[in-house]
Design a protein around this ligand. Structure first.
Ligand code: DUC
Ligand code: ZN
Length: 458
């Protein structure tokens, strides 16, 4: 099947260029002005932007958290992803402490294989360090896992400084990359105990017990450990200026540090937690918390300057009924927000159209950089001959209002309810197959494939 996309502007990390795009079966074959030839179908994309399919390198589907399981599994979450222009997700395989990495990987394949609408890969969570985990690592690479995750908070998953050090040293020798959740667990626990003793049990206590400087402290400590291990790291879901300063210091020392942020930190502010209505406030509980409004402009600026490389969602959805678990005790609210369905339109609308970042920066943050960082480039992350034909056809002249009722994720609220978009996704193509049109997911059966990934090339 040969398809011609005619009359659009093709977006890359360096901006948009008028060009036609030829696709044969699953791959892009040609890119250029006024392409001619025999095509089975011609798609008129005049006036539209063609983005390389978005990559969301931070999702949590079918994950057990706080004695419950995320509302979205791979079936519903990846369907929502595809509807939002995300053609590849990288989820976190998460063995429990004491379980092997292989067990965790097999478990995540069971959750995802045959049930995922977009292409997918896994990062592997390291929540313990011993000889048998060390010995498993080379085989993880052989199975397409080139990136890992460690937590400096959450008792079920967190690791201490020594484990961080040994694991990073080993990953350095194997050519891996590690994302780290940075928050200071000990002081946060102390602050939580203080607020509980004072009877301050509402969601308002959530941001007050996880202040930005305790994120910055953990970033600083991690980066010194990474310096000792001589290993590049990714700071996942970075939220604030003090944490960014720590990254700046490490880069000035010559360290390789990558930074991810998320739409909730760019677009929402902590006033959401101070709503008297429990249900309204609890729905925004996530860690790290959403910060005060002034941080938003600083994060946009860091994106503009290239100091932040990727925007992922940390999609970790719970229904309002699940969020009820924390009524009367904010520490029992399952933490996480939905976001996988709305990231592309939100970043275009409030980033590009609002002139906070360029089109090229958006393309880098959502497609090109995650592809390079996580070993998917050049198969994913660009519209170029030889690459997969994962294409988002974006109509900059359209507009709609984001409503939970219109979304397909398995969750009954949307953190961006009422946000107006500038433009909208007209079509999503997954490996040359029209999968979404005008907000409707056309695929009835999941078409996603597991992506064995290579090493970081960013
Ligand atoms: N933060 C959340 O809010 N949920 C899932 C994991 C995380 O880091
Ligand atoms: Zn996460």
């Amino acid at each position: 099947m040969r398809t011609l996309f005619k009359g659009g502007s093709v977006v890359s990390g360096s901006g948009a260029k008028r060009a036609d795009l030829a696709v044969e079966n699953e791959k892009i074959t040609e890119l250029g002005r006024n392409l001619k030839g025999d095509f089975d179908r011609v798609v008129d994309v005049s006036g539209c932007l063609l983005f390389p399919g978005f990559i969301d390198a931070h999702t949590h589907f079918d994950l057990d958290v706080c004695n419950t399981t995320t509302a979205d599994d791979f079936y519903t979450g990846s369907r929502a992803a595809l509807r939002g222009g995300t053609t590849t997700v990288i989820d976190f395989a998460c063995p429990n402490k004491g379980e092997s990495l292989h067990y965790g990987l097999d478990l995540w394949h069971k959750k995802a294989d045959g049930r995922t609408f977009c292409d997918y890969g896994f990062h592997m969570t390291i929540d313990d360090w011993n000889e048998s985990i060390r010995a498993e690592l080379p085989d993880m690479f052989a199975k397409g896992i080139s990136s890992f995750k460690m937590y400096m908070t959450y008792p079920a998953m967190m690791v201490g400084d020594q484990c961080l050090y040994w694991a990073l040293k080993e990953l350095k020798s194997l050519g891996g990359i590690c994302g780290v959740h940075c928050e200071n667990a000990g002081v946060i626990d102390g602050m939580i105990a203080e607020r509980k003793n004072a009877g301050e049990l509402s969601p308002a206590s959530h941001p007050l017990t996880r202040p930005p400087y305790l994120e910055a402290e953990a970033v600083s400590r991690l980066l010194r450990i990474a310096q000792a291990a001589d290993c590049p790291v990714v700071i996942v879901h970075l939220t604030n200026q003090e944490a960014l300063k720590e990254v700046e210091h490490a880069r000035a020392r010559g360290q390789k540090v990558f930074v991810e942020t998320c739409p909730q930190y760019l677009l929402l502010d902590d006033s959401v937690y101070f709503n008297e209505d429990y249900s309204q406030a609890a729905r925004y509980v996530c860690a790290p918390p959403i910060r005060e409004k002034g941080q938003q402009a600083l994060l946009w600026k860091a994106l503009r300057r290239g100091d932040i490389q990727t925007i992922s969602t940390d999609h970790c959805s719970f229904t309002l009924a699940q969020k009820e678990m924390g009524r009367g005790d904010f520490t029992r609210i399952p933490g996480g927000l939905p976001g996988v369905e709305t990231r592309g339109e939100l970043i275009y609308s409030y980033g590009v159209a609002a002139k906070r970042i360029s089109l090229g920066r958006m393309c880098r943050a959502l497609s090109e950089n995650p592809a390079r960082l996580y070993g998917l480039f050049p198969r994913k992350g660009r519209l170029h001959p030889g690459s997969d034909a994962d294409i988002v056809v974006y109509d900059p002249g359209a507009s709609h209002v984001i409503r939970a009722d219109d979304c397909v994720a398995n969750v009954d609220y949307n953190p961006y309810e009422g946000f107006v978009t500038a433009g909208g996704i007209r079509q999503v193509w997954l490996r040359g197959r029209l999968s979404v049109e005008d907000g409707k997911v056309l695929d009835e059966t999941p078409q996603g494939r597991y992506m064995a990934r290579g090493k970081c090339s960013l």
